[in-house]
Design a protein around this ligand. Sequence first.
Ligand code: ATP
Length: 262
Amino acid sequence: MTVEIRGVHKSFRRRGSAAQHVLRGVDLTVEEGEFVSFIGHSGCGKSTLLNLVGGLDRPDAGEIVVDGQAVTGPGPERAMVFQNYSLLPRLSLLANVREAVRAARPDWSRTKADDMVERYLTAVGLWEHRDKRPGQVSGGMAQRAAVARAFAVGPRTLLLDEPFGALDALTRSRLQQQLVELWGNESETEKVLMVTHGLDEAILLADRIVVMSNSPQPSVRTIIPVPIPRPRDRATITNHPAYAGTQEQLADLLLADQAAAA
Ligand SMILES: Nc1ncnc2c1ncn2[C@@H]1O[C@H](COP(=O)(O)OP(=O)(O)OP(=O)(O)O)[C@@H](O)[C@H]1O
C-alpha cells in the first residue's frame, strides 16, 4: 500500500494580499515500508503538505490517495505527531492515549484498545509514569507520550511534523532510536512521512529525502535517496562512505535555494 500525492496545488489567501501559491504541483509516491523525510527552508510548504496527507486541509487541485482511498479528512489509518506534543493538559498520559484510541477506533473492543494503550506507553518507557499529566513530565517524556498515542491507534501511515525539534540533542537521539524500533519491529505502521530541519536526522532516518523549495521554483526540488543500509547506528553512520556525500548534497541544495530566494 502507498501514499500517492498527485499534482497537488495549495494556495493561501490573506485579506488584502495576493494568493500565496505554496504547493505548486507536487507529485510523490511513498511506498510501503518507506521512511521519507521532507526538508527545506521555512515556508516552503512542508507542514502544508503533511496536513493535506493527514486530511486536516484539502488541496486546491490534485489528489492524495492513501492505501487506495482518496483522502477527504483525518482518519485513524494516518496518525500525526506535531512538535508541540499537542497533549491535553488536564488528562494523564494514560488518559491522553486512551481517549485518542477510543475516539479514533470506536470499533475496537475495550480490551483491544487498552492493550494497545499499554503496549505503546510501555514501549516508550512511560507505563510507570502513566498517571502523570503532561505538565508534570519533561518535554521528552511528553513527546514520547505523543509518539505512543500515534502508534496506539494502529496507523498504517505515520505523519511526523518536526516531532523532536523542541528537544535537547540527547533526548532527540533517544527518541529517534525508539521511533525506528517501533516502526521496524513493533507496529503495523508501514510508511512514515517526516518533516525535519535536521540534515543529520533526515539521513539517519529516511530512505529518501524530499528537498522542497520556496516559490517560484518547483515545490519539490529534488529527491535524494539515502543509500545506507539498515539498521543504522547514529554512532557509526557518519563513517559510511555515502554519508558525507549525502550531507554535502543536501547542504548545497539548501544553500542554493537560499541564494535563489535572496
Ligand atoms: N492556514 C494558513 N493560512 C494562511 N497561510 C498559511 C496557512 N498555513 C500555511 N500558510 C503559509 O504557507 C506557507 C507555508 O507554510 P508551512 O507551514 O507549510 O511551511 P513549512 O515549510 O512547514 O515551514 P516551517 O519550516 O517554518 O515550519 C507559509 O508562508 C505560511 O505562512
